[in-house]
Design a protein around this ligand. Structure first.
Ligand code: HEC
Length: 410
């Protein structure tokens, strides 16, 4: 068992940088077992291993102590040990997930209910697809922390400041989101209905931002990359002009590309709103069952014959046409119908794509290998990581150890 690291997050971040510099300044072409173990640990934990941690890993991956890694499987087992480090949870996972929680995509933000939930789902080896539709939320257990609040982030700021190990189930525990926040269980949709996501993506606007950033962060596709002007425009809302600048060709050649597919999917969020003002920290998630939020009907005069959202039913026009390449699979709530009601089943629609699995694996590859997959060997590695991720019932830990083993000699 690897000793837990008790340093404060800021010191960890500094140490992570130092670790990076060491890796960059001295990469031997043919690294021995010791170098490889050290590199795997650095990449997974974001900080260098202690001497004790290193020797524990070596006792697993170089049993006969000849300085050569015994096998890929042995390296995998050693990488698994590094997942027990505090740095993996408090630094690596937190830094990976934080950019998904704000429009600026910065990793310099406090821990929040979104990032804590991603960290917990990985730690517990849960089906990672739950992040887009599960009724779950991870909270701190320490009674001296401010209690979780629907209207501020103080609980997570204090939890992070405490420096406690988020990899410890006695520190960060799994709860139902409905139980913690009071949101109806059927209205929960993983991290999309966390306070942090609502604050970032349901604020102002028309709730299309939540859809755009979910696609970007969890399917690795910005809308530019999924534009398809061949879909029917019948569900495009009234606020989208049919002749922008007096030219209907612009609508047909550009606006339809995103809005024909996006608007009927983002309809799933029709009952959600953020109470606070843009640019402020105050506010909370609002959910009004059976009542469409006013933001779905703003600027209705832009095109009065456009689609007036009546409820939160969604339809996926992108199962057909060029975006069938995203690899839509059976949805646990709606099968292959490509339609349903509310954010939970729509989140499941997105999470059960091939693109979702590939996206998580690519992000882990980038995090651990410190570069995106580029060579044909890298791409083959990503494919095999996707296969293993799926075979492990979407346990993201497999992607971390696979990537660490693959990049241990870089
Ligand atoms: C690349 C995809 C894409 C294309 C093409 C596109 N839109 Fe949008 N549109 C979006 C997204 C995403 C949002 C949500 C923006 C947000 O809230 O962050 C949006 C929002 C809107 C809104 C709501 C107002 C707002 O700013 O939130 C209107 C109106 C709109 N688009 C009209 C149009 C028109 C007219 C065209 C064609 C000239 C067009 N869009 C082309 C993606 C697109």
């Amino acid at each position: 068992m690897i000793k837990q690291n008790k340093r404060a997050p800021s010191a960890l971040a500094g140490a992570a940088l130092l670790g990076l510099m060491l890796v960059v300044s001295a990469p031997p072409a043919e690294a021995g077992a010791r170098e490889q173990a050290k590199r795997m640990y650095d990449r997974i934990a974001g900080v260098p291993p202690t001497e004790a941690e290193l020797s524990t890993m070596l006792s697993v991956m170089d049993v006969n102590n000849d300085g050569i890694t015994d096998s890929e499987a042995a390296a995998q087992a050693a990488a698994q040990l590094a997942l027990d480090s505090q740095g993996f949870y408090n630094v690596t996972l937190k830094n990976m997930a934080t950019p998904w929680t704000n429009e600026e995509q910065t990793m310099f933000a406090d821990l929040n209910d979104f990032t804590a939930t991603v960290i917990g789902v990985v730690r517990d080896g849960l089906d990672f697809r739950q992040v887009l539709y599960g009724d779950l939320l991870y909270v701190g257990t320490n009674g001296s922390l401010p209690a979780y609040s629907n209207s501020d982030n103080d609980h997570y700021v204090a939890l992070e400041a405490s420096g406690a190990n988020l990899g410890d189930p006695g520190v960060l525990e799994r709860r139902t989101q409905s139980g913690v926040t009071g949101l109806a269980s059927s209205a929960t949709a993983g991290v999309m209905t966390t306070r942090a996501a609502a604050k970032a993506f349901f604020v102002a606007g028309t709730n299309r931002a939540m859809f755009r950033f979910t696609m970007l962060n969890f399917l690795c596709r910005d809308l530019e990359q999924v534009k398809d002007t061949s879909r029917a425009p019948d569900r495009i809302r009234q606020d989208v002009s049919r002749s922008p600048g007096g030219d209907s060709r612009i609508f047909l050649n550009r606006c339809v590309g995103c809005h024909a597919g996006m608007d009927p999917l983002a309809q799933a969020y029709a009952y959600y709103e953020w109470s606070g003002e843009e640019g402020t920290d105050e506010g909370q998630l609002i959910y009004t069952p059976n009542q469409v939020q006013a933001k779905y009907h703003i600027n209705a005069d832009n095109f009065r014959y456009g689609y007036a959202t009546p409820d939160d039913s969604w339809e996926n026009y992108w199962r057909a046409g060029p975006n069938s390449a995203l690899g839509w699979n059976s949805n646990p709530y709606t099968g292959d119908a490509g339609m349903g009601s509310g954010a939970k089943s729509m989140g499941a629609e997105l999470a059960h794509t091939d693109a979702f699995a590939q996206c998580q694996v690519k992000k882990v590859f980038q995090t651990v290998c410190l570069h995106p997959p580029t060579t044909s060997a890298d791409h083959a590695q990503v494919s095999s990581m996707v296969t293993n991720f799926e075979a492990s019932n979407y346990n993201l830990q497999t992607a971390f150890t696979d990537a660490a083993v693959y990049c241990r000699g870089d």
